[in-house]
Design a protein around this ligand. Sequence first.
Ligand SMILES: [Cu+2]
Length: 203
Amino acid sequence: MEHKIMKSTSKFLKTALLMTAFGFMASNAFSAGTITGTVDASNPKYKGDAVVYLLGVKGPVATKQAVVDQKSLVFVPHVTAVPVGSTVDFKNNDKVNHNIFSASAAKKFNLGTYNPGMSKPVTFDKPGAVNLLCNVHSEMSGWVVVTENQYAAVSEHDGKFTISNVPAGTYKITAWSEKLKATEGTVTVADGKTATVTVKLAK
Ligand SMILES: [Cu+2]
């Protein structure tokens, strides 16, 4: 019995130590702020699916593994934002074959025709907007927007966006839109604070 208590006490101590170590890291290495705001478009139709991103943030790029699906002859989501060096898995969850390709300067590729249930990966190694098209269905169009860092977000239908874990500093903020152009602004991020920004899109 005594032995059992000792064991659980030492387990508790280990956990406490781990938590302390993590808390230390969280308050030092990861100190950062948040940017939140709205995309304001001259045509409200284009408030959503804009990619808001920061320029000139120093530090390593955290790549990610994203998924773009094909369902009912539509790319889902319509717009995907990934940091440079990331891989996107292009799934086919449709009932028909698809053949995704891109002729965009940032990434030219052609995945060939592939069957329902299959998935093919593409790594995006250059920043820029990549237009996804399908050789089988001319009506299909989607976008992978490759940003120079991980500090980017795709706006919701109402234009809202949030970029988290931004290191403190002052940065240029702008956006990509399929139809409109953004003006460049600046944003200052302070540790533990949230900065609010409006990004304007117009023709
Ligand atoms: Cu298709």
